[in-house]
Unconditional design. Structure first.
Length: 105
């Protein structure tokens, strides 16, 4: 399972942050890695220069073998919280998709 992480200009995409984000996503989705070919993580700060709740956004796009990409989003106060929320949503979305695929076989 290949995980790509990208950030907008307002977030420092340091190696430590990239490693942390990859670890959080892998932790939630590792048991599905036989089905996932690639995951793209897009991090952004929705209110650059402003403060407020739920300003950090995480979008995950997972590509399953032989299926169209699945996309989920989450927003939270921190990058870590937004990533965990998005990974949880992705887990449920992929479980649903994979369940439907196995029902057709």
């Amino acid at each position: 399972m290949h995980i790509e992480v990208s950030t907008d200009n307002s977030i420092d995409g340091s190696e430590a942050l990239i490693t942390l984000i990859k670890g959080l996503v892998h932790q939630d989705l590792k048991y599905l890695e036989d089905h996932i070919t690639r995951i793209e993580v897009h991090l952004s700060d929705a209110s650059t220069g402003k403060s407020g709740p739920k300003r950090m956004h995480c979008m995950l796009e997972a590509r399953l073998s032989g299926d169209r990409p699945t996309v989920v989003k989450d927003a939270a106060e921190t990058i870590e919280q937004a990533t965990k929320g998005a990974a949880s949503k992705m887990k449920h979305a992929l479980e649903t998709t994979l369940g439907k695929l196995s029902d057709h076989h």
